[in-house]
Design a protein around this ligand. Sequence first.
Ligand SMILES: Cc1cc2nc3c(=O)[nH]c(=O)nc-3n(C[C@H](O)[C@H](O)[C@H](O)COP(=O)(O)OP(=O)(O)OC[C@H]3O[C@@H](n4cnc5c(N)ncnc54)[C@H](O)[C@@H]3O)c2cc1C
Length: 354
Amino acid sequence: MIVKPHMTQHELVDAEPMVSTSATVARKEAMDKRREVTVRRAAKRLLREHDREAWVDEVMLTDDVDWERLWELVHDHAVGGRLEKTFRTLQGRYERANPSLVRIRFDPESEFDCEPGEYITVHYQHVPRAYSVASSPNRDHMEICVRRVPGGRLSTQLCDRLSSGDEIGVRGPFSGEFVGGEFLLQERSERDVAFLATGTGVAPFKSMIDYAFEEGFDEYAGGKRNIWLFLGASWEDDLPYHREFRTLADERENFHYVPTLSRETTLSEWDGETAYTQYTFATYLDREKTAVAELPDDVRPFIDEEPKYDIDARIDPNNLELYACGINLMVYGIVSVAEAVGVPAKLIRGEGYG
Ligand SMILES: Cc1cc2nc3c(=O)[nH]c(=O)nc-3n(C[C@H](O)[C@H](O)[C@H](O)COP(=O)(O)OP(=O)(O)OC[C@H]3O[C@@H](n4cnc5c(N)ncnc54)[C@H](O)[C@@H]3O)c2cc1C
């Protein structure tokens, strides 16, 4: 695995900007939802399923949950294990700030050419941070998508304060080289393509995927290439551009969208994939063409899992280029699985967010 040192946020800002401009925010939209009512319903159901009906009246207030009382009861009755863990998950979701995921569209004042996969630094209230460009270069606006980091200096401001009409500073574009070569779409070829991301790590892939279909990158020598997107998150409303990707998958038979959610089943009837992204990737591999014995022990069982989505295609790792993006640890995890199953190292690209 070739891991290149990433510029720190300060080094990025000091780097000679190709373009430095101000931009006006045209639209800001929350992508996640308030789900307190759903959490209350799920907590109530859970108490009943575990014969704790008597707690319901004590804990479920008219329009709130008395979490303190719940934890007293949990402690007094020595409830532990899975149930306690599920309540912690539900409380975390209940109390989380909204919005925690926003898309921000802006119009730079001057010409701003950007290739799919590149990122920019956004400057707001004197704080600069890097964000991948989520819009295709063919659009006349630019878009980023930002996840709130609790206590974070800029992401909280972008979620809470920024509004339409505000000015932001923009520098760049920059192209990352975290794993493999430049984090840009590679030359058109007969190979299939797999994009793997968690959360906002999908931003550069939104740009690449839109661009690929706009420009016919999904075709080669008269044939169609399969384009896969594996996108992981905790909750369904944490999947950026979920509706758009679903629509694209309905429209294009060679686009396969595989969302995977680790926590959603505690809240809803989610019947899609639930494993980590790299495990889910293994489930859609073509067993005959995969070096199964080379798979790490924790990944191997997933190749025998029945896929949850009605997708006939399977992935031949020997005929694949792969892109991974998200927090560094997750990118390393994906890259090592990809290498183990036989994706050629020179065809693997990764971008790390820190
Ligand atoms: C090339 C690149 C592209 C990026 N693209 C995006 C993007 O498209 N969308 C996006 O939302 N973010 C993206 N990031 C992350 C972004 O630059 C900021 O790091 C993030 O928004 C947090 O900034 P902050 O000022 O709110 O937090 P800070 O005040 O900088 O950090 C607060 C604390 O949170 C930790 N932290 C920082 N970033 C994260 C994180 N992502 N997850 C968990 N903990 C973190 C820090 O270590 C620190 O302890 C990208 C980063 C890089 C390097």
